[in-house]
Ligand binder design. Sequence first.
Ligand code: DGP
Length: 116
Amino acid sequence: MSEPTETIFSKIIRKEIPAEIVYEDNLALAFKDVNPQAPVHILVIPKQAIAKLSDAEAPDHALMGHLLLTAKRVAEQVGLTNGYRLVINTGADGGQTVDHLHLHILGGRSMGWPPG
Ligand code: DGP
């Protein structure tokens, strides 16, 4: 398991740099992706600095569930009634570029499969 590190998302959580926040509670934050890959592209992150999904452990069980339900709630909030895709890029082969666990909510268009 890697040590949690300071990332750009840590600064967004602390409101040290701006982000278009669409939802916040004591455990999670959701904000628009700066480089959207779909008409709606929102990131849901834990406030706790878990670097990646493969670092999550049994004590994070409830938090992981909270993140999924938060993604569902945010998707409803922004009107993705026709469906959406959730993506968790994990590690180098997963294409993860920011070492703070995040769920991508992608919507507003029909998604292809398989992903690249
Ligand atoms: P990933 O490849 O799964 O690690 O995705 C990281 C995402 O984070 C990528 O889609 C772009 C987004 N991102 C990176 N830096 C910032 C930032 O400073 N602000 C916002 N809103 N999004 C960012």
